[in-house]
Design a protein around this ligand. Structure first.
Ligand code: NAP
Length: 246
C-alpha cells in the first residue's frame, strides 16, 4: 500500500521524459495512471514498462490543446474509470527562435499545447476534481519566471501556467481542490538533448549546483504536491533548478 493507493491520476505527456517519470513515481505510490500523449506507439511502448512493474497504466491518445478532443477524452475517462483524483499537466513543447525570426505558427503551437492545453484539462476536469477534493499539479518552467532570449512563446506560455495555477488555487479552494506548480530548470530529456553543446556549456555556468537535473528531481516534487504531505499548500510554484533563479 502506498500513500496514493486508490487514487487515479491523469498525467499528460506521459509517454516519455519528465511526464513518464512523474507517472512512474505516482504509480509506485499506488496511483492508477491515465496516460495522455499524442503518439499511440510511444504510449504502448511505455505501457510495457509499467506492466512489467505491475503498475496500472491506461494510455489515451489526445492532443491536450484541442478542446473537442479533451472533451471526448473526458467522456472516455468517465466511462472507463468513473472519476479522477489528481491531474498533472505536464505535456509541453518548444519552438525556439528570436522574435524577429519566430514564425506565427511557432507562437501558436507552443501556446496551443503549453497554455491552452492546461486550460482545457483544468476546465473540463474541474467538476470531477471538485467532487473529490482533488489535486492539480501544473508543470511550468524557470523560463516562465525569468524569461529567456529566443523563447518568447515558451516563456509566455509557462508564465501563463503560473497565472492559471494561482487563479485556480483561489477559485477551487472552497471545494478543497489544491492547485500548485513546479518550475523546472534544465532537466536532461529529449527537450534539452536537442540543444547544442555550446548552449549547454553556457547554461551550466549559470547553475550553482553545476549540473543538469534528472527527471526524478521533478517527479519527486510532483509526488509531494500530489500527496498528503503537502495538504496545507496551494497556489505555490516550487522552483527546482539547481539554484539557477537565485
Ligand atoms: P519531452 O521529453 O519533449 O516530453 C513532452 C511530452 O509531451 C512528449 O511525450 C510529447 O509527445 C507530449 N506532448 C507534446 N505535445 C502534446 C500534445 N499536444 N498533447 C499531449 N501530449 C503532448 O519534454 P520534457 O522535457 O519531458 O518536458 C515535460 C514538461 O516539463 C514540459 O511541459 C516542459 O515544458 C517542462 N519543462 C522541461 C524542462 C527541461 O529542461 N526538460 C525544463 C522546464 C520545464 P511526443 O513524444 O509525441 O512529442
Amino acid at each position: 500500500m502506498g500513500v496514493l493507493t486508490g487514487k487515479t491520476a491523469i498525467v499528460t505527456g506521459a509517454s516519455r521524459g519528465i511526464g513518464k517519470t512523474i507517472a512512474m513515481d505516482l504509480a509506485a505510490s499506488g496511483a492508477k495512471i491515465i496516460a495522455v500523449d499524442v503518439l499511440q506507439d510511444q504510449l504502448i511502448e511505455t505501457q510495457k514498462e509499467f506492466n512489467a512493474k505491475d503498475f496500472q497504466y491506461f494510455p489515451y491518445v489526445c492532443d491536450v490543446g484541442d478542446y473537442d478532443k479533451v472533451e471526448e477524452f473526458h467522456k472516455k475517462v468517465k466511462q472507463d474509470h468513473g472519476s479522477i483524483d489528481i491531474l498533472v499537466n505536464n505535456a509541453g513543447i518548444t519552438r525556439d527562435g528570436l522574435i524577429m525570426r519566430m514564425k506565427k505558427a511557432d507562437w501558436d503551437s507552443v501556446i496551443h499545447v503549453n497554455l491552452t492545453g492546461v486550460f482545457n484539462l483544468c476546465k473540463i476536469f474541474s467538476r470531477m476534481l471538485m467532487k473529490k477534493a482533488g489535486i492539480i499539479v501544473n508543470i511550468s518552467s524557470v523560463i516562465g519566471v525569468m524569461g529567456n532570449a529566443g523563447q518568447v512563446n515558451y516563456s509566455a506560455s509557462k508564465a501563463g501556467v503560473i497565472g492559471i495555477t494561482k487563479s485556480l488555487a483561489k477559485e477551487l479552494s472552497k471545494k478543497g481542490v489544491r492547485v500548485n506548480a513546479v518550475a523546472p530548470g534544465y532537466i536532461q530529456t529529449a527537450m534539452t538533448d536537442k540543444l547544442s553543446d555550446e548552449v549547454k556549456e553556457e547554461m551550466l555556468k549559470n547553475i550553482p549546483l553545476g549540473k543538469l537535473g534528472a527527471p526524478e528531481d521533478i517527479s519527486k516534487v510532483v509526488s509531494f504536491l500530489a500527496g498528503p504531505d503537502s495538504s496545507y499548500m496551494t497556489g505555490q510554484v516550487l522552483i527546482v533548478d539547481g539554484g539557477m533563479c537565485i
